[in-house]
Design a protein around this ligand. Sequence first.
Ligand code: DAH
Length: 357
Amino acid sequence: MDDLKAKYLAQISDASDEAALEDIRIAALGKKGEISLQMRELGKMTPEERQVAGPALNALKDEVNSALIAKKAGLADAALNERLKTEWLDVTLPGRGRAAGTIHPISQVTQEVSAIFADLGFSVAEGPQIEDDWHNFDALNIPSHHPARGEMDTFYMHRDEGDNRPPHVLRTHTSPVQIRSMLEKGAPLRIICPGRVYRADYDQTHTPMFHQVEGLAIDTDISMANLKWVLEEFVKAFFEVDGVELRFRASHFPFTEPSAEVDIRCSWDNGQLKVGEGDDWLEILGSGMVHPKVLEAGGIDPAKWQGFAFGMGIDRIAMLKYGIPDLRAFFDSDLRWLRNYGFSALDQPDLASGLSR
Ligand code: DAH
């Protein structure tokens, strides 16, 4: 029995794969295996002999069995280790190339603007692109006879004869989202509303669909000074410069009083824009203190609350920041253009790691 034990344990220890182990198991413990045959011999023994040989054979069988199981597990472990070695991967290596698709500059800039204003405590609000004329005009203090209605080159939705639902338009600006947000959330309020807007116009700097971002802050102690600081912080962060100079030019919008257009100091060197220095001024947005009638239309008491608002062209600031000369190219879906001006899909703009790199 000692010989049998030594022989099988040695074979098991030398086995190099599962198939070899199985052969050993059959040779030792299979129906006609050496140990099984010995066990059959027990019947022929005297009871005294059997009392000694029986437990010894059983112990031998158990020992060989355990050795087989242990070796099988060991082989499986070794196989797994071998596989893990070949499948090893250095996750700290830089990625190869870049994803085939790119983030459109409009999406990129929208995310940059949202990240900056989020940092200043503004949340993002949205409204419908097909808007009724009350939200798009009347509630913003643009009554139907107002010349601004004509100036906006509005797209009106078709209405059948006898259809007396309120007229709908493709929103001409993001300002109606001011009204919707005031009605929905009340005061105090701090929102931006980026989105598509529509006007019937087409040339190098105008497309029938373009993008704006609206800003609105309402509280009990808001002034033009707050507006100026917020815009300065925005322009510095957006153009990624340390300092800027803003100029407020008196202007007129029906929904703000007073109203101002805002220019930033800049220079143009060989067609290359530099923000923050130079002798030129660049208009970037319209703004003002929210008109009391607009607050009222939004269900907010103008005796208690004031606010500032601004509206800015996203396409325009994208063209300025990234040196894109023709607005129309944004919407041509030309793959060569998208590859050139698009952004990596793996980089999310945020203030901590940098907006545009
Ligand atoms: N809605 C204006 C436009 O489309 C832009 C604008 C100007 C928005 C002044 C404002 C604002 O909120 O205060 O031309």
